[in-house]
Design a protein. Structure first.
Length: 311
């Protein structure tokens, strides 16, 4: 059972979060004098949720500065003003699964409300810059990031890459929290024993991998974006993405992109994507879908980054 009295303070995406739910994935804070940027609290939302038209309760519901959604049998979630995440549970014994939605969809939506661009991908610190690897689910983003970590590079983020624009119109990536999610196949390829890690709730072949020692917890300027995709090819193929195709790629891989128009953020989204496109190179990195190529992809990416620096 959750306690409504005790709260926990964490940092994630550069924000101080005060939560009634323990979130062991996040970096814990103690002796903090500043007020929390966001609160994560438990509250009965049944009355609010029941007043919403049943025809639209099957997906995300956008009403002004609030986004709500339901996970049947688990909970109703509400994200408001970029400041609060509220959840109302149906089953209080499933805190592990509730955490998945808070750290995923809820935080992704909250970042958008705060006008921070959330891309679906992983980010790695390489020579003082952050490089984002974006793509559809199963493209191999986390596996590639893990291969970088194995070679001594630091992880900034897994699942959501948070991009903000500075006063100098430069895109920067803010770290998330020191954890990766890897499939059993990736663990096998890296020689990692799955019995040492916690499986994600309802996904017994995907595991939570703590990476505290390999986590970079300071913001870095964005150095480049790589769209990763599996393809029916025999060798790795890397191509620069040009012109308006760059915007399409960023739109496709914006986390919860279907909400952008409904949240009336189309103009903001176009402008922040344009600033990213004008600041950094964007590539499409295709890999053979039938083989494990993460180590070779690292070599390819590093050679491209070195080539950009030498231009």
């Amino acid at each position: 059972m959750l306690s409504t009295e005790k709260t926990y303070t964490y940092t994630t995406f550069g924000l101080i979060a005060e939560s009634v739910l323990p979130l062991p994935e996040l970096e814990k804070l103690t002796d903090i004098e500043k007020e929390a940027d966001i609160t994560i609290k438990k509250k009965d939302l049944s009355n609010v949720w029941s007043k919403i038209n049943p025809l639209i309760r099957t997906g995300f519901v956008v009403e002004g500065n609030r986004v709500m959604f339901e996970v049947p049998g688990l909970a109703v979630f509400s994200i408001e003003d970029g400041k609060s995440i509220t959840f109302s549970t149906y089953d209080s014994d499933k805190d592990d699964k509730i955490r998945l939605y808070i750290l995923g969809s809820c935080l992704g939506i909250l970042l958008m409300q705060r006008k921070v661009l959330p891309l679906h991908g992983s980010a790695i610190a390489i020579e003082g810059k952050a490089y984002a690897f974006i793509g559809e689910s199963g493209a191999g983003k986390s596996t590639l990031a893990s291969s970088f970590v194995n070679k001594g590079y630091k992880l900034l983020s897994d699942d959501i890459v948070a991009i903000s624009i500075t006063e100098q119109n430069q895109p920067w990536v803010t770290p998330s929290y020191p954890q990766q999610k890897l499939w059993q196949e990736s663990l096998n390829a890296f020689g990692m024993n799955s019995t040492e890690y916690q499986p994600l709730f309802d996904r017994m072949t995907k595991f939570s991998i703590p990476v505290q020692a390999d986590f970079y917890n300071k913001p870095l300027p964005l150095g480049g974006i790589f769209e990763l995709a599996g393809a029916d090819i025999v060798s790795i193929d890397l191509q620069p993405i040009e012109k308006l195709h760059r915007f399409q790629v960023m739109l496709e891989h914006t986390y919860r992109r279907s909400l952008i128009e409904r949240m009336q953020m189309m103009d903001w989204h176009f402008k922040i994507c344009a600033k990213c496109m004008n600041s950094v190179p964007i590539y499409r990195l295709s890999r053979p879908a039938s083989s494990f190529t993460a180590h070779d992809l690292v070599t390819t990416v590093l050679s491209v980054i070195k080539g950009e620096k030498n231009k």
